[in-house]
Design a protein around this ligand. Structure first.
Ligand code: PMP
Length: 407
């Protein structure tokens, strides 16, 4: 195996050579959206320059080429997640659309007023609101698993709330605010014993660790291209074939039908049934390239490198006066959310930006979680495979400046 060569990896990301306000860009917002390697950028260019047409529509050469590349990308995703069948991979426009698809299609078909959906306090709005929309339509109940003070979400808490009434257990693989890794496999076992299906929001999971949907017991697993060093505008919904086969289409239009007449329309087989209209073609191919990129480096190697960096950053930032971490659960990954006694998170982000440091500040699309920790917002530094200890040092020095300015 090749060593983890951070200098070579950084060279793969052209944007890291950019200057921000005359300073080196220190990009610590990969949980928001990651940067893209040349391999991905070039693949987009190549598609439009040499291989582009609509997919599955034409009998001409270009359409055949593009369709083949598009389906190759699907196979790469299937292998990446260890799905049993390529057809279990539905291309969407992001994690958000993937979860909405499950809520609209599976939810409306299978849930009634007496049923319950279980989510956690740590969910991103995209794993809360689709279930609320469903609840408002069918009158079911949403129950919420609590988060401990350190950001952990225990199996015991899930056990207390899962019952025979539970039809869907939907939760994040990794919290985008706390970095907590949830016990997916164990929860899935209990959910299945109670007859519920398991929907995993993998937006922050799949980029930081190898994921095997079959081993995890996920019935549905959602993620987006833009967090895994791929393009935006493309997402994935993995769903077990039997479940997807029983589900009605989510949207209607071209490409998802078998026959159409004014009296009756029949659906295409998987995965087309769920891909109405022209899909994000180049983006899907770019996502395939991003997966190749990560796999060439090695998912486990990336995870190990990032963990070392997170530990360094945790230690470095704990030395800063008045800085409070949000989320310190054992085994956490990739993100450091914090507040500072002396300054609002928006001020923190604005001041460190002057040093070229990009961190996120706000509610992180997790307002219930902010309420849980009794804060209006938080600053968040999040790490990707291209970040270094030097990046952390620049952030730490800049945060010390925040203290000097506000004290
Ligand atoms: N879930 C989590 C945990 C996230 O971090 C995000 C992105 N911030 C989303 C869902 C939404 O993902 P997308 O942008 O792919 O719709």
């Amino acid at each position: 195996m090749m060593p983890f060569d951070i200098d070579a990896i950084r060279d793969d990301f052209p944007i890291l050579k950019e200057e921000v306000r005359g300073k080196r860009l220190v990009y610590l917002d990969s949980a928001g959206s990651s940067q893209k390697p040349t391999q991905v950028i070039e693949s987009l260019k190549r598609v439009y320059e040499t291989e582009y047409s609509n997919v599955h529509r034409g009998l001409h050469y270009m359409s055949e080429q593009t369709s083949a590349r598009y389906e190759e990308a699907r196979s790469k995703v299937a292998k990446f997640l260890n799905a049993e069948f390529d057809q279990e991979i539905i291309f969407t426009k992001g994690t958000t659309e993937s979860i909405n698809l499950v809520a609209s299609s599976f939810g409306r078909k299978n849930l009634g007023p007496d049923d319950e959906i279980l989510i956690t306090w740590a969910e991103h709005h995209s794993n809360i609101i689709p279930w609320q929309l469903l609840r408002d339509q069918i009158g079911c109940e949403i129950k919420v698993v609590p988060v401990d003070d350190d950001g952990a979400i225990s199996l015991e808490s899930f056990k207390k709330l899962i019952s025979k009434k539970t039809k869907i257990v939907a939760f994040c693989h990794v919290s985008n605010v706390l970095g907590t890794v949830l016990p997916v496999k164990e929860v899935a076992e209990i959910a299945h014993q109670n007859g519920a299906v398991v929907v995993i929001d993998g937006a922050q999971g799949v980029v930081h660790m190898p994921v095997d949907v079959q081993d995890l017991g996920a019935d549905f697993y959602a993620f987006g291209g833009h967090k895994v060093y791929g393009p935006s505008g493309i997402g994935v919904l993995y769903g077990k074939r039997d479940l997807l086969n029983q589900m009605p289409p989510y949207q209607g239009g071209g490409g998802m039908i078998n026959t159409v007449s004014f009296s009756e329309t029949t659906w295409a087989d998987l995965p087309d049934k769920f891909e109405a209209g022209t899909p994000p073609i180049a983006q899907a191919i770019g996502l395939g390239e991003a997966i190749d990129y990560m796999e060439n480096i090695g998912l486990s190697k990336i995870a190990k490198y990032e963990l070392d960096l997170l530990n360094y950053a945790t230690q470095r930032l704990s030395g800063i006066d008045g800085l409070n971490f949000i989320g310190t659960a054992p085994g956490k990954v990739s993100v450091l959310s914090f507040t500072m006694d002396c300054a609002h998170p928006h001020d923190i982000a604005t001041i460190v930006d002057q040093d070229g440091v990009a961190v996120r500040a706000g509610h992180h699309c997790a307002q219930p979680l902010m309420e849980r920790f009794d804060i209006p917002s938080a600053a968040r530094a999040s790490f990707g495979l291209y970040n270094t200890r030097e990046d952390v040092d620049v952030l730490a020095r800049s945060l010390e400046k925040v203290n000097e300015i506000f004290k």
